[in-house]
Structure formats: C-alpha cells, structure tokens
Design a protein. Sequence first.
Length: 256
Amino acid sequence: MFFRNESFKDFIRFYPVVSFIVGLQMMIWLLMFFHTTLGNTIYVWGVGSNILVGLGQYWRLVTPIFLHDPFGFTHVLFNSFSLVIFGPVLEQMLGKFKFISVYLFTGIMGNVFTYLVNTDSHIQHLGASGAVYGLLGLFIYMSFFRQDLIDPASKQIIIIFSLIGLVMTFLRPGINEAAHLFGFIGGFALGPIVLNRVRTFSPWHNRRRVIKDSSMQFDPNRWKKRRFRVNPNVSALIWWIIVILAVLGVLSGLIL
C-alpha cells in the first residue's frame, strides 16, 4: 500500500497534488538555503510567529506548512519523503480536492493550536510535520473504523509508526508538540467526513489509465519475459528502511 514502484514520470501523473507540494517546498527550501533575495523574503514573510499572528498576520497560520529549516537538508528531505510514502494512497482514495483540503486543514489546525497554547511565544516555527501527522491521524481512523479500506500489514505499519512518532514528540527537544498533536487529532476527526464513499487504494487503478491502445497487440517475446520476484527477506528490509526514514521525517518538525 505504501511501497512506491512507479516511475518518476508516472508518479507525477498519478499523484499531481503530492508532486506539487513536494516540488514547491523543495524549491522554497533551495531559495532559502542559498540565501537568495526571494528566499529571504519568503522566510521573513512566511515563518510562523505567534507574536505576529497576534498582530493580525494570520497568513502565518498557513505559510509555515510549506517552509522548512533553511540551515539543514534533513528537515525538508524527510518531511517530503514521508509525504511521498503516505500521500499517494490518500490522494487516490480521496481525490485531489479532498486530499489537499485534509492536508491544509490539519496543517493549519496544528499552527492554530501552536498559537493558542502560547500566544506570547517569540520562538519561530515552520515545517510540514503538522500536516503529515494529520495524514497519520486519518490513517489511524481508517485502521480502527474503516478497516475495509486498509490491509492488515499497512494497518500494523501505521499503528507502530504513529505510536513511535507521538511518543518521541514529547521526548525529543525542539519539537512543536502542539502542531504534531493537534494535526494528528485534526486528521482523525476528519475521518468520518472525508472517508465517506471512498474506494480502497489500488495500484491497478492507475495502470488502467495509462493504456493508450485497447487493440490486441502481438508480442513474439512475451513468453520469454521473466517475472521479477522479490526475496521475502529483502522485502522486509525495504519495509523497515521505509518506516525508519518516514519516522525520521515526521520527527524532523523542528522549531527554530
């Protein structure tokens, strides 16, 4: 369910919203990392600040979702990686509009409660971790209340990953606990609304869309093709690597 085997071109075609978000936040990070005039302007204008929100700059409840630590690559890398792993499933199941609505709502909710918890805080914050936790919250709702939409193996991965992420949120210093926790709660709360009348994720749904010619084609070498089989041990190793990298991604929502 979470293992991606599409080509880069197909991934962009099948999951345009996820691709756009990842591309946008990577581009913004590069502009800030190289200290370009535009990058510095975006940072100053968009970084989360409770003091400035209190002064009426409410756009700062939205813009931090797309900004990441300009002093390190791991922040944007692992948040983007987490989105690439978990986002495509929901984009296909919910559709583009519902998916971007969930992503923005949970990210904004995390920033709103970041403000409400400590309105006088001078600490700036940024990162997509609140929105990523929102996706996890939606998956957790799915795992317990819409089990028809998720397979047992994926359910186990989501539960373990979410538990580790939530526990480490309160153990690791420098984490925006409010954004993580309330982003997660927001995603869970949206479950009964957005999961109504959705279909289960299926990679075959995408593959059917790329068929250009429905006429029968003769392939003289079709019997010579070998099927690629993944060794179970290798497959398990890949899954653990994915889970570990995704955990690092969710835990990289640092406050500057």
